[in-house]
Design a protein around this ligand. Sequence first.
Ligand code: HEA
Ligand code: HEM
Ligand SMILES: [Cu+2]
Length: 666
Amino acid sequence: MLGKLDWSAIPFDQPIPLVAGAVVLVAILGVLFWVVVKGHLPYLWDEWITSVDHKRIGVMYILLASVMLLRGGSDAIMMRIQQAVAYQSQGYLPPEHYNQIFSAHGTIMIFFVAMPFVIGLMNLVVPLQLGVRDVAFPTLNSVGFWLTATGALLVNISLVVGEFARTGWLAFPPLSGLSYSPGVGVDYYAWSLQISGVGTLVAGINLVTTVLKLRTKGMNYLRMPMFCWTTLASNLLIVAAFPILTATLAMLLLDRYLGFHFFTNEAGGNVMMFMNLIWAWGHPEVYILVLPAFGIFSEVVSTFSGKALFGYRSMVLATMAICVVSFMVWLHHFFTMGAGPDVNAIFGIASMIIAIPTGVKIYNWLFTMYGGRIRFATPMLWSVGFMVTFIIGGLTGVLVAVPPADFMLHNSMFLVAHFHNVIIGGVLFGAFAGFEYWFPKAFGFRLDERWGKAAFWFTFTGFYVTFMPLYIAGMLGMTRRLQHYDVAAWRPWMIVAAFGMAVLSIGVICQIMQLVVSIRNREALRDRTGDPWDGRSLEWATSSPPPVFNFAFHPDVRGEDAYWDMKTRAQQQSFDHDVPGYQDIEMPRNSPTGFICAFFASIMGFALIWHIWWMVILGGIGAFATFVVFAWRDHDEYVIPAEEVARIDRINLEERRSLVSMAGAV
Ligand code: HEA
Ligand code: HEM
Ligand SMILES: [Cu+2]
C-alpha cells in the first residue's frame, strides 16, 4: 500500500534530525495556527499564494531563499564543528550522517538559496526596469515558483522521513547507482531536482521572453540597464543548460528504477558520460548564478557613485562573452579523469579565457567609482566587499584551471575554498546587495543602515576567517568531504575555520535583527519618494511599493539611464500627467494553478521516491487536470478602470511632488 515506506523510515535513533524536524514542524504548525486564528488566511491566499504579480512572486522567491539559507547554514555550522573536533576521533557526527549533511548543504545552497535568490530579484526588478506591467507569462511564473518550493519541501522532508543522498551535490555514479546507494536518499535528491528544475526552466523561458519581447517605448537593447542584460544572459543559460540536467537525472533515475545501464560499470554503461553531461550543465550553472550578481553590482556601483556605468557597451559584450564561453569549459571539473594532455590543455585555456571578460567587468566597476562621489550605503559596502573577495576566488579558479596544478588540488579543501570564495563573495554578496538596494522598492521603507553595516562587517570578516584556512589545509593535502582525519597539521586550520563560522553567524543574526528593527521602525524609514537612492533606472520612476500595474503610463525612454535622464531634464512625463489621459489597464487575474500544480507535484514526487504507485498516478492526474482546467479558462484578465488608475496614480504623485521639485534643482 505504501511502497517502501514504513516506520523504519523515521530516524528514531538519530536525535539531531529528529529534534530539528520536530522543531521545524512545530514552528510551521504554529505559524499556520496563527495565520488561521488571526484570519489572515484569505489575505495570504488571495494576495500572495495565488498571486501572479511578478513583484509578489519575486518576494516569495527571496523569502524561500532566506529560509533555506538558514537551513543550509545550519548544515555548514555542523560540518565546521565536526571537522574542528574530529581529529583522531569520530567527532559527533557518524559518517553516514556527515555525508548526508554535505550533500544536502551543497544541494540546498545551490538550488534553493542561490537560485531562488537571484531569480527572485530578477522577477522583482526586471519588468520595472523595462518599464512594463508584468512578465511575459504571469501564471507560468507562479507555476515556476511553486515547483521550486516543491523541490525544497521534498529535500527537507528527507530530514525526517527516510534519508538524503550521501553522494555529494552532484550524485556521481556508480556511487549514486542502485548497487552503492540502495536507499531513498538519491531518489529524494533526483526527484527534488527534477521538479524544481522544471520550475527553473519555466522561470528561464519566462524571463528570456520578457526581456526580448516586453520593453517599453524606446527601450532598445542598448538602453537596457545592465541588470536586464545579465538577466537575459543568465536566463539564456538556464534555457540551454537545464534540459541537460533534466535529461541526465532522468537517465540516472531510469538506471535506478528500471534497471537501465546508462551510467553503470557493466552492460555497456558509461560513467564518464554522466561526468560530461552533469558538468555540461554544472559549469554554466555557476555563471547562471553569478551573472545576475554582476548585474546587481553594476546597478549599485553606478547609483552610489552618482555616475553612469563606465564602459556600458564593453560590459554588455563581456556579459555575452561569458555566456558563450561558459559552455566550453565543462571538462575542467575532471582534468584528472584521463582525457589526455591535449584535451586538458584546450579546456584549461578556455577556462582562463573567462578571466578576460570578467576582468573587463571589474575594471569597469573601478572606473565607474573613479572620480565619483561615492556613498558607502550598505548595498555599496557589499559591492566593494564583493570586488575584493571575488578577485581572490577568481584567481584561485584560474590556478586550478591549470591542469598540472589541478592534479594536485582537485577535490582538495583548496577547491572548497575556491568555490565558496566565488559563490559567497560573488553570488551571496550580490544577493545581499540587491536585497538592501531594492527592499525599499518592494516594501516602501528602507532597511536600517546600522544593523546592515554590522551585518556586512561580520559576514565579510567571518568569511575570510572561515575560508582562507581552507586554502592552506588544501595545500597541506587535506581532501574534501572528510568526516574525520589523523593529520595533526590540518587541525589548527579547522579550528580557525570553526571560529570564523561563529563570526559569520553573527553576521547572519545582524541581518535578521536588521529586518526586525526596520519593520518595527518602518514609519520612520518610510520612503515616500519612490527613489530613495537617487536611482538611474525605471524601477525608481514609480512609487514604492509600485501599484499592481507598475506604471500608469508606459515610460518613454530616450537614452541609457532612463530615469536619470528624465530627472535631469526635469521631464517627468512618465508620471507627471495632469492632463487627463488615463486609460483602462488590463491585468492578469490571480490564479491558484501554480499552487495546485505544486501540491500534486509534491504528492507525486513523494510517491515516486517511496514507490507508492497508486499515489504517483493520482498526483500525475491531478497535476494534468489542473493544467487542463487552467487552459480552459475564459476570463484570465481583469480591467482596472481609468478612474481607478488615475486615483492611485494621483495619490502617488502627491507623495512624490517633493522629488519632482528636487529634480528640477539637479
Ligand atoms: C559562482 C560560482 C563560480 C564562479 C564565478 C567560478 C569561476 C571560475 N572557476 Fe570555479 N567552481 C565553482 C564555482 C564557480 N567558479 C564550483 C561550485 C566548483 C566546484 C564544484 C565541485 O566540484 O563540487 C568550481 C570548480 C572549479 C574548477 C574545478 C577544479 C577541480 O575540480 O579540481 C575549476 C578548474 O578550472 C574552476 C575554474 C574557475 C575559473 C577559471 C573561474 C573564472 O570564471 C574566474 C574569473 C575571475 C577572475 C580571474 C578574477 C577577476 C579578473 C581580473 C581581476 C582580471 C585579471 C586576471 C587574470 C588575467 C588572471 N572552478
Ligand atoms: C555560510 C557559510 C558556509 C559555510 C561555512 C560552508 C561550509 C561548507 C563545508 C564545511 C562544506 C563541506 C566541505 C567538505 O567537502 O568537507 C561545504 C560544501 C559545499 N558548499 Fe558550503 N558553506 C557555506 C555557504 C555555502 C553557500 C552560500 C553555497 C552555495 C550557494 C555553498 C555551496 C557548497 C557546495 C556546492 C558544497 C559541496 C558539497 C559537496 O561536496 O557535494 N556553501 N560548505
Ligand atoms: Cu567550472
